[in-house]
Design a protein around this ligand. Structure first.
Ligand code: OSB
Ligand code: MG
Length: 390
C-alpha cells in the first residue's frame, strides 16, 4: 500500500452524561480522527488521547502535532507491504503511542479492506462475539452508584467496574457489594494512591473483587509489585503498560495478575498483539480497556477483543451509553447477554458516517506526499536529522 494522504480531524462530541475519574470530570470529548488514503482506499483510526495530560502525558493537541510534524512526513509516499510495516518508519519517535496508534490502526483498516477481510480475522481473532463490561464513573453518593450498577446490570453487562478515589472508595464499594453479593466487580483508581496507602488498599480484599486496576502511580511497575505481594485481590495494570517489554517486566516482577490492553496506550494493533502474546505465554488474562472512544475507536477495540487471550469482559460498551448519535453505522449494540456480535464485513466492519463527521468537525488538516521527508534509498530511516536528539 502506497500512502497518499493523511487527514486529521478534530470533532467535538458531548457525552450523554459526565464521566468522573480520580483525575477529573469529562463532559465533552475532543475526538481526534485519522483518515489515511493508500492506493485510493481510505482507512480510519482514532487517537484516544484525552484533552488534558492527566491519564498519560499525551493530549489531543500533542497527538495532532506529532502526527502532523513527525509521523505523516515519514509515512507519506512510502510503499508498505502490510500495516505492521509502518512501525519501522516511526520507531525513532519516542513515546507518543496514542498518536502512533491512531495512524497505525488506520493502516490496518486499509489492509483489511484490500484483503477483503474483516479486521478481526486479519488480526488473527478467534471469536465472533465478545464479552462486555462497563466502567461506572465516580458518583455523588453510594446510593446513586448502586442505582447506576442496577441499571448497567439490567442492560446485561457481565462485569461492573467502579471508579474510585481517596474519600470515595470503601463506602461506595461496600454499598455495591451489599446490594449485589454475586456480581463480577472491580475497581479502578487511575493512580490515585501510593504504597503508603497499602493498609487502606488491603481493606478491599474483603469484597471478593475480580481485580483492582492501577491503584498506584502511572509509571511505577515496581511499587505495584510490592503492593501485589501484600494483597489477596489481583492487581491489573493499565497506565503502567506502554509496550510488551513493560508487560514482561510487570509479569516477571509479580506486579499484576491481569493486564488491561488499550490500543492507544501501546501504540496500535501490532504492539497490542505483542502484549497479548506475552501475557498469553505467561497465563496472564487480558481484557480491552476503553478511553470513551467514538465508534471508530470502538470498532478497533472490538476487533482486537477477538484475540484468544481476551478472556475477561472489556470496557467496550454500547454506543448509546456515551453518545446521542455515534459516527458509525450501525452503532455498537450490546445484547441482553452482555455481548457484542463482531461484524463480518471487510475492514472495521462499520460504515463511516462522513456527513455526521463533517458536522462535528472543528478542525481539519490534510498532509499529502509533498509533505514527505525525502530519505535517500538505503539510508537509515531514523532518526532523521531534523528531529534532533532525544
Ligand atoms: O482507566 O480505564 C480507564 C476513561 C478515560 C480514561 C481512563 C479510563 C477510562 C475508563 C472508561 O474507564 C472506559 C470506557 O471507555 O467506557
Ligand atoms: Mg483504567
Amino acid at each position: 500500500m502506497r500512502i497518499e494522504s493523511i487527514t486529521l480531524r478534530e470533532l467535538e462530541m458531548r457525552l450523554k452524561s459526565p464521566f468522573e475519574t480520580s483525575f477529573g470530570v469529562t463532559q465533552a470529548r475532543r475526538i481526534l480522527l485519522v483518515e489515511v488514503v493508500a492506493d485510493g482506499v481510505a482507512g480510519w483510526g482514532e487517537v484516544t488521547a484525552t484533552e488534558a495530560p492527566f491519564y498519560n502525558y499525551e493530549t489531543t493537541d500533542t497527538a495532532w502535532q506529532i502526527i502532523s510534524d513527525f509521523i505523516a512526513p515519514r509515512l507519506l509516499g512510502q510503499d508498505l507491504n502490510t500495516a505492521s510495516d509502518g512501525e519501522r518508519f516511526i520507531a525513532g519517535i519516542r513515546g507518543h503511542q496514542m498518536a502512533k496508534a491512531g495512524v497505525e490502526n488506520a493502516l490496518w483498516c486499509i489492509e483489511a479492506q484490500q484483503r477483503k477481510m474483516p479486521l478481526w480475522k486479519l488480526l488473527g481473532g478467534s471469536r465472533n462475539e465478545i464479552a462486555c463490561g462497563v466502567s461506572l464513573g465516580i458518583c455523588e453518593s453510594p446510593q446513586s452508584l448502586v442505582k447506576n450498577v442496577e441499571e448497567a446490570l439490567s442492560s446485561g453487562y457481565q462485569r461492573i467496574k467502579l471508579k474510585v478515589k481517596p474519600g470515595k472508595d470503601l463506602d461506595f464499594v461496600l454499598a455495591v457489594r451489599k446490594a449485589f453479593p454475586e456480581i463480577s466487580l472491580s475497581i479502578d483508581a487511575n493512580s490515585a494512591y501510593t504504597l503508603a496507602d497499602a493498609d487502606h488498599l488491603r481493606a478491599f480484599d474483603e469484597f471478593n473483587m475480580l481485580m483492582m486496576e492501577q491503584p498506584l502511580q502511572w509509571d511505577d511497575i515496581f511499587s505495584h509489585a510490592k503492593l501485589q505481594k501484600r494483597m489477596k485481590t489481583a492487581l491489573c495494570l493499565d497506565e503502567c503498560i506502554s509496550h510488551s517489554r513493560h508487560a514482561e517486566a510487570a509479569i516477571d516482577l509479580g506486579a499484576c495478575r491481569i493486564i488491561n490492553i488499550k490500543l492507544g496506550r501501546v501504540g496500535g494493533h501490532t504492539e497490542a498483539r505483542r502484549v497479548h502474546d506475552v501475557c498469553s505465554q505467561h497465563s496472564i488474562p487480558v481484557w480491552c480497556g476503553g478511553m470513551l472512544e467514538s465508534g471508530i475507536g470502538r470498532a478497533h477495540n472490538i476487533a482486537m477483543s477477538t484475540l484468544s487471550n481476551f478472556t475477561l469482559p472489556g470496557d467496550v460498551s454500547a454506543s448509546r451509553r456515551y453518545w446521542a448519535e455515534d459516527i458509525i453505522d450501525p452503532e455498537v449494540e450490546v445484547t441482553s447477554r452482555g455481548t457484542i456480535r463482531v461484524p463480518n464485513t471487510p475492514g472495521i466492519g462499520y460504515a463511516i458516517r462522513r456527513d455526521l463527521i463533517d458536522r462535528l468537525t472543528t478542525r481539519k488538516q490534510t498532509r499529502n506526499v509533498e509533505a514527505a521527508v525525502r530519505v535517500p534509498v538505503g539510508q537509515q530511516l531514523y532518526p532523521i536529522a531534523e528531529t534532533g536528539s532525544n
